[in-house]
Design a protein around this ligand. Structure first.
Ligand code: C5P
Length: 234
């Protein structure tokens, strides 16, 4: 899977709306999709199994963060769901990340890819300094967390498309960069602040782009998905 791809963020409140959205795609077209907390907590693992059975690759975006043993066991449960990509908070530390990898690895040696969230984009410099009491600049913490993730054997991180090239420089070309914050040149940014077009992301070291509203809220989501793939992959 270490090739470029577009992941659609299925940010819908229910299974009915999610499946209605997926049903708009022709039978042979199976986009890589992301299931986040909203949908997972509402509909549970059966929904994941159902989407997997339809032939989609799945990024299960649950951002685990707990003591190493709990994360290890939770990851074992997620690996049995046969998802393709999962994540955790790098803030949980290297021991937790290594435990997560152990838990994810199936008896046959295979496992879903595992990536880390560094600093949430909702955390600003002020919160970092005054609430988390982290005195170094944001970029330094992001790159340091990325290095911890790489050193723990993880496959990559979630980052802004503006950080992807730097992350590759520090952690290596093979370290996956998964980037939200993607917008067409002619579409609304919404609440995303640090954005990039699919075309520019494709040239900036992004491996997997996560796109929500520009596709899910489009009048013709299938056309918007195809346009994203065309612009990103070329
Ligand atoms: O609709 P939009 O394209 O902004 O959706 C982006 C998706 O990526 C959402 O599911 C959002 O929660 C997720 N995400 C993000 N920024 C992060 C991490 C995740 O936008 N830093």
């Amino acid at each position: 899977m270490r090739t470029k791809d577009v992941i659609i963020a299925l940010d819908f409140p229910s299974k009915a709306e999610t499946l209605a959205f997926l049903d708009r795609f022709p039978a042979g077209e199976k986009p890589f999709v992301k299931i986040g907390m909203e949908l997972f907590y509402a509909e549970g693992p059966d929904m994941v199994r159902e989407i997997k059975a339809r032939g989609h690759k799945i990024f299960l975006d649950l951002k685990l963060h707990d003591i190493p043993n709990t994360v290890k066991r939770a990851m074992a449960s997620l690996s049995r769901l046969d998802v393709d990509l999962v994540n955790l908070h790098a803030a949980g530390g290297s021991e937790m990340m290594r435990a997560a990898l152990e838990g994810l690895t199936r008896p046959d040696g295979t496992r879903p890819l595992l990536i880390a969230v560094t600093q949430l984009t909702s955390t600003n410099a002020e919160t970092l300094k005054n609430e988390l009491l982290i005195p170094v600049p944001m970029e330094e913490t992001v790159l340091s967390y990325a290095k911890n993730a790489a050193g723990s054997g993880l496959d990559g991180i979630v980052c802004s498309p503006l950080e992807a090239a730097k992350v590759k420089e520090v952690c290596g070309e093979d370290f996956l960069t998964v980037t939200p914050g993607i917008r067409f040149a002619d579409s609304a940014a919404g609440d995303q602040k640090r954005i990039m077009t699919p075309e520019k992301a494709g040239k900036s070291g992004c491996d997997l782009i996560v796109v929500g509203r520009p596709i899910t809220q489009a009048e013709d989501p299938v056309a918007a998905y195809r346009r994203t793939v065309r612009e990103f992959i070329g």
